[in-house]
Design a protein. Sequence first.
Length: 454
Amino acid sequence: MRRAPSTACGGFSLIELMVTLAIGLVLTLAISMMVVRQESLRRGVTSGNDLTSNTAYAAFLLDRELRSAGAGFSQASSANYGCDLNVSLNGAQLLPATAAFPAPFATVPQTYVLAPLIIHAGAGANGSDVIAVATGNSALSESALPVSPRSTAAGQLKLANTLGIRGGDLVLLSQAGVGCMVQQVSNGFAGGAAQTLTFGGAYAANTINGLTLPGFSNGNAFVSLLGNVTGNPPRFMLFGVGDNATLFSYDLLKLSSSNAEALVEGVVDMRVLYGVDTVRAGLEQVTAWIAPSAAGYTAAELTSGTAMVFLVHHAEAVDSDVDPQRPLSADGRTHAAALAARVAARGVRPAAIWHSGKLRARQTAEPFLLTCNPSAEFAAIRGLQPTDPPDWIRDRLVGETRDVMCVGHFPSMPRIFHLLVTGTNDGSAADFPQHGIVALASDGERWTFAWQER
């Protein structure tokens, strides 16, 4: 009898299944690790790219603002720099601010002192610095425009002409010893030969923080064009690091926004240094980087109020054997006129021009009077003779809030310069430009070198 064939089915044993499962888990783990590592690498590359992009964008934003700092109002620096800015918006005082600025700018002073750039050390989040930068867009008119004497009235003033001015322009009205305010030109205004400039709109006001428009009336006031409310607006901005490692900006004039705006993420800290030309050899180069917390460079010191003193050595004069009164030579008259023109181009508008009374000093001072400020006080005073003690002029300048020009002689002018800057009068005459001018910034008691011309 034949046995029937077996019908038993073959298969995997339990051990084989466990081995297969273990191999599968190992493969799954390996693949998962590769995926995780790849994802981590991708995220790292993406984060690095984002950080690079954010850094480049932040650098672009700040570079754009800083390169234009001071545009539109530096042409009249003697009247504009250091003045407390008064601004009204829709009939309410905007600056000085009546409340703290929004975070991260809450510790920045509410009184805004006009300057191209000021660094507020440690005023941002976690002790980072805050940059205050002011930029105008003066468009058709790059020069400060003198206001006609006794022409200011409610809602208007007079200029020599109004060419280049249009409705909606924001202008800075300033006068040394009085203050400065922003006004808006009336809508529909079209400048030309007409002398009367009228104000109206959101930023127009006859009185701001006690400062009145008719108060700018004695002939030393200037109008600087800042831009337009709808096109090429001025940018008076604060930049600083806030919460969540974010770079913020704040528009002090509220032309773009009333709130602090987030610009760039991933900015953990911002530390800023001033690049300063300490050599002052006329090369306009940065020779030192100075922290905004250093003495003389804090925001409080830089915005404490500055008057300018201009020390001038008379131009070349003829010898006494040619003329005992020693008037200026032909070259001296040409040089004095050219120097006055260059100084006027800097925006220098002294409220007082003092000279020694000697003919050569008076003839040097006259071009400055005609070119810089025909309405300035013009007088011969004690203290500017060649051998006068330098402390006579120093004592007269202490507490002086006006911009003052002194025209005198060697050796007294170098001695006055050294006494004002260093407190001693034993410096070398070589430090003072012969037949030139030295500008000093003053808070009424101390003086620092600003610039010089020959």
